[in-house]
Design a protein around this ligand. Sequence first.
Ligand SMILES: [Zn+2]
Length: 529
Amino acid sequence: MLDDQFHVYDTTLRDGAQQEGLNLTVADKLVIARHLDRLGVGFIEGGWPGAIPKDTEFFRRAQTELDLRHATLAAFGATRKAGVAAAHDPQVAALRESRAPVVTLVAKSHDRHVELALRTTLEENLAMIADTVRHLRAEGQRVFLDAEHFFDGYRSNPAYAIECLRAAAEAGADVIALCDTNGGMMPTELGDIVHAVAERSGARLGIHCHDDTGCGVANTLVAVEAGVTHVQGTANGYGERSGNANLFSVVAGLQLKKGKRVLDGEGIREMTRIAHAISEVTNVTPHTHQPYVGLSAFAHKAGLHASAIRVDPMLYQHIDPALVGNDMRMLVSDMAGRASIELKGRELGFDLSGDKEVIGRVTDKVKELEAHGYSFEAADASFELLLRDELAGERKRHFTVESWRVIVERREDGAVTSEATVRLTAKGERVVAVGEGNGPVNALDRALRAALEQTFPELATLELTDFKVRILEGSSGTGAITRVLIESSNAEGETWSTVGVDENVISASWHALEEAVSYGLLRAGRVPD
Ligand SMILES: [Zn+2]
């Protein structure tokens, strides 16, 4: 484990879970905690035991089901209620009983919030902070304090805001995290306040930022420059409103840009995978432009860049993407020149550098197809098939399709079913197969596999994982056309995407389907004859 000098404190499971539409079960939370531990964060805030039954259960199950290698669990909760002894407050008892090694208490430090929201006196609020910290410390738990609305409070009444911090520190709180709860701060002003507070309070400070001005990460990094040694944030920047400071960007900034070792172990090299694994659990579509870990974070499109990237990739990227487990990607698009095609070929394992003629042909072909509505940016597998055809000088597939047909039927009972028939030749054998499905594409997929399964049994493990349809405006005199993107995967967990374009949605789908299966067979080591 890292020493205690600097804390990376994750609050995905508590503050991040406030995000609209995000709903985590206890099992989800346990899985996310394991991913965060793998990344190497120092603290994982699991939730608010006592206030939220699911969180009480999380801490109970965590004792036997979580085997954290790097992180320490923290329970979140409030200071005691006004006029009640800390030892007799049931909410404080739940924090004790969570058996979390760390308790993070949220406390008011804004005088107006004390009077208007908490409806108590400024003196009683100070006593609530000190009593609760002292009580939990005596019970053997380490205590951190989240000073809620700190920056707004400091502007309203700096002396009182500082007094709250002192009360907590003197009672034994190890860290006091200054919270920009409304997320409205700007970096320079926040840095100045942190600097002043560090001098006046003498306490160990942390920072908790929200991203309402788009400055959540910047504010966190500025606070570190100003002296805080504890940063809070959430995976993928989850959180209510505009989200919390994105912990992934914060740790990458500190570790890769500032040379500060803040994560335990080498988990940062897996950060991209971890970010995506967490979004699988939260069921929130990953933001493709997310710094460091987004699919497009190191993707290049312009032909001009591509020719320089061929010489030295670092000319056009701010870090080596491998440092965070991401990849540089070349986007094949109609903006692309020959250099992009050559680079894309290299990325896929084809050295085209010596073959100017093939590069020229592929570039022309891509431009022509893109003019008809194709897009290879998200369809690497279709691009690879095109490239292989151009290299071979002919279209090579594992099977030749004679015809296909699909009917959609509404039965008397109201059920709608589809039935497809596919006729093809594979390894010299003519096959006719039928498939049924809940929709026409599903039926075609089944019929195609049924026709091929004798010859290629490995197709049984091929799965169609995603299907996207986009209607494109027709150009000069043509009607609207449809572009279909299909994502497939195999038993090894490899995924690939194929594209089909046609005026008819079924025909576009068939094209993408046929390429998906062809590419799957290539992946399985089958050489087309
Ligand atoms: Zn917050």
